[in-house]
Ligand binder design. Structure first.
Ligand SMILES: NC(=O)c1ccc[n+]([C@@H]2O[C@H](COP(=O)([O-])OP(=O)(O)OC[C@H]3O[C@@H](n4cnc5c(N)ncnc54)[C@H](O)[C@@H]3O)[C@@H](O)[C@H]2O)c1
Length: 358
């Protein structure tokens, strides 16, 4: 297998140039069985072509239904029963082929099955390639609360092949690009300048291998310094405190919303909070908000759901006591963490301000 390594000490992250030789690569782990976990969309769009390119047939394939609604313990129960039926042992390997739902859920299933088996992630969505599959955070949702149940479980490797993205629908490009933008905003002002110099649609189908590798490498630099989120890793949550709450409440109320779409709204809300709490310059706030609005539009959040959104934030995993903890921007390209807020009215005002014209 021909690969190019993305510098990551936590676990190998490899961009795949050629799958020929994958059989020998996977055999080098000396596992007694390799089973693929995927979802039905990815199975239809990617599995056959990948299996042919890699000249590899796994012992079995476990399929789950696609989408966030299925990132639940009940799907895990199905996966664990299948793993049991297939007689996976502690020496088996789960290969998670799919988007962030498959890598989050698969990583979690692997981490606790028989007290933990190994896994490899082969991310097929942009979001999973630049973010979800990297770093070993696993999880599932509980009662629409995002990632409430989860573990840290490092994959043996993450194998990124941008060829998978050829079948990714446009809406999922934009969705995944939200995490590319987040990485630029928290850590790389030059990358942000480059990104916002073109319309978002130019990146559909054409996000370069180099940009994907760079976005993934920003995550690696952060997780290498703080693998279990005791400190610095929290900056990766910029946009996610509001974003997760918006995503959970809209999903719970039957709206069709994707993770990245909620994060785009969450980043605008947290940029506004950054002016108040972290000293972000108003002009930088305006620049980033204007571009995100022009490219993604405004997320139509019904005002009657604002109290639910603020209440959801009180369950956020980063909270300290009754205080809601945010990761905010000091300036574009530099983030900091542990900004504590204990003022529900302020948080409601931020959502209302997001819903107004700039
Ligand atoms: N663990 C982490 O650090 C981390 C970080 C960010 C996000 N996440 C999680 O990632 C999840 C979102 O990931 P996602 O956006 O990849 O969602 P997803 O896994 O639901 O994939 C999006 C959709 O695209 C389809 N798809 C994936 N690859 C495809 C391809 N190549 N061709 C055609 N269709 C394809 C999937 O079947 C699905 O319908 C969320 O649950 C989020 O919480 C985790």
């Amino acid at each position: 297998m021909k690969t190019t390594s993305i510098n990551c000490q936590t676990h190998p992250v490899l961009q795949v140039d050629d799958w020929v030789g994958f059989g020998a690569y996977i055999n080098s782990f000396q596992s007694d069985q390799v089973v693929v976990l995927t979802d039905t969309h990815v199975f239809e769009s990617c599995f056959d072509a990948w299996s042919e390119k890699a000249a590899y047939t796994p012992a079995a394939v476990i399929e789950i239904s696609p989408g966030e609604a299925h990132k639940t313990l009940s799907t895990c129960d199905h996966v664990w029963k299948e793993m049991h039926r297939l007689r996976l042992t502690r020496n088996s390997m789960l290969l998670c082929l799919g988007g962030g739902v498959v890598t989050d859920l698969g990583g979690f299933c692997a981490s606790v099955f028989k007290r933990g088996i190994r896994c490899i992630h082969v991310p097929t969505s942009l979001l999973a390639q630049v973010d979800a599959a990297v770093g070993g955070k696993t999880g599932v949702d509980q009662d629409w609360l995002k990632n409430m149940i989860g573990t840290f479980h490092k994959p043996e490797s993450v194998l990124i092949d941008t060829e998978f993205l050829k079948t990714l629908p446009d809406r999922h490009w934009a969705n995944g690009f939200a995490e590319v933008i987040k990485h630029a905003l928290i850590a790389d002002a030059n990358m942000w300048s480059m990104i916002q110099s073109q319309p978002l649609t130019t990146y559909y189908t054409a996000t370069s291998r180099a940009l994907i590798a760079h976005a993934a490498s920003i995550k690696c630099v952060v997780i290498d310094q703080d693998p279990t989120e005791k400190g610095l890793r929290k900056i990766l949550n910029f946009g996610h405190t509001f974003g997760h709450a918006v995503e959970s409440v809209l999903l719970e109320n039957g709206y069709d919303i994707l993770h990245g779409e909620a994060i785009v709204a969450g980043m605008q809300m947290e940029a506004l909070l950054s002016i108040k709490l972290a000293g972000l310059d108003f002009r930088q706030y305006h620049e980033l908000t204007l571009w995100l609005r022009q490219q993604y539009g405004l997320l139509a959040i019904p005002t009657e759901l604002i109290p639910e959104i603020v209440a959801k934030m009180t369950h956020d995993k980063k909270n300290i006591g009754s205080k809601i903890s945010f990761s905010l921007l000091k300036q574009i390209g530099q983030a900091d963490y542990d900004y504590l807020v204990d003022d529900p009215e302020l948080l409601s005002d931020i959502v209302r301000a997001y819903l107004k014209d700039l």
